[in-house]
Write a protein that binds this ligand. Structure first.
Ligand code: ADP
Length: 269
């Protein structure tokens, strides 16, 4: 659809029928991208039409996680007229900043306006078709992006990812508060890197426990509806290894405890 003046409309703006879920975290390295990629694959396997918009300028790891970056270089999207066609992996349509940078080893140091323009262009110029769900993988905890998402995607819900550690939980609370200030609804909190199940049946809590509960409690203060912990994803070698080779664990090892936790999360969100 074209707006007057020939510019295309953002199909995910106000009134959209697509559920838009922004996956956020307070800091990097908590597994936000790994969870986004696997959650998308799990949702697609449950019959949903799913897209991922990877605007994590510092990380842009989604293509690699889904096998769309052979030899470390993200595949280039094809074009149809002036539309960009998103590459598809595991039935998930993917667009990533990593598909547009010439040299992935050069750090992308972008300021807010540039990021805003890129997200706007991804929303308007990428042909996703009718999606049930669009997942956004955004840079950790920055105000600039939260404001862009608030403006461009007023219907977006926010899924906050944290580890069990208090330090990660504190910054995750701030990311949630910023998202809420820009008008987004908090869908819930996910604890990633929870206990590692050991062969003898015990569980090793490498990063402690309770981070997500802490975040949910802090974000529930003063709210009519409390914010819930929606899932706990255990530490998993298969999950990490699957990410390294671009073969998402939910598809490659469905019986792995991390896969089961992510599939369960996909069912309830
Ligand atoms: P973020 O997007 O938050 O920066 P990533 O998704 O890139 O984090 O994950 C950081 C690292 O942690 C990756 O190497 C990933 O494979 C690993 N990782 C993420 N979640 C888990 C988990 N549950 N168990 C083991 N390793 C994990």
């Amino acid at each position: 659809r074209l707006k007057p003046g020939g510019r295309r409309e953002n199909p995910f703006g106000p009134g959209t029928l697509t559920r838009v879920i922004a996956v956020t975290s307070g800091k990097g390295g908590v597994g936000k991208s790994t969870l986004t990629a696997n959650l998308a694959v799990a949702l697609a396997a449950q019959g949903m039409s799913v897209g991922i918009l990877d605007a994590d300028v510092y990380g842009f790891s989604i293509p690699g996680l889904l096998g769309l970056a052979p030899a470390g270089i993200a595949v280039k999207p094809t074009r149809l007229d002036d539309m960009i066609l998103p590459p598809i992996a595991h039935d998930v349509k993917v667009i990533s900043i990593g598909m547009f940078v010439e040299d992935a080893s050069v750090a992308v140091a972008w300021r807010g306006p540039m990021l805003h323009r890129t997200i706007t262009q991804f929303l308007t110029d990428v042909y996703f078709g009718d999606l049930d769900i669009l997942l956004l993988d955004l840079p950790p905890g920055t105000g600039d992006v939260a404001i862009s998402v608030g403006q461009l995607l007023p219907n977006a819900e926010v899924l906050v990812v944290t580890t069990p550690q208090s330090a990660a939980a504190d910054v995750a609370v701030r990311a949630g508060v910023v998202a809420r200030q820009t008008g987004q609804r908090i869908l819930g909190v996910v604890e990633n890197m929870a206990g590692l199940p050991l062969p003898d049946g015990s569980v090793l809590e490498l990063f402690g426990s309770g981070g997500a509960a802490e975040v949910a409690q802090a974000l529930s203060a003063g709210q009519d509806t409390p914010v819930a912990v929606l899932g706990e994803i255990p530490l998993s070698i298969a999950l990490r290894a699957g990410g390294d080779v671009g073969d998402p664990v939910v598809a490659a090892h469905p019986t792995d405890p991390a896969s089961q936790a992510i599939v369960a999360l996909a069912r309830i969100i």
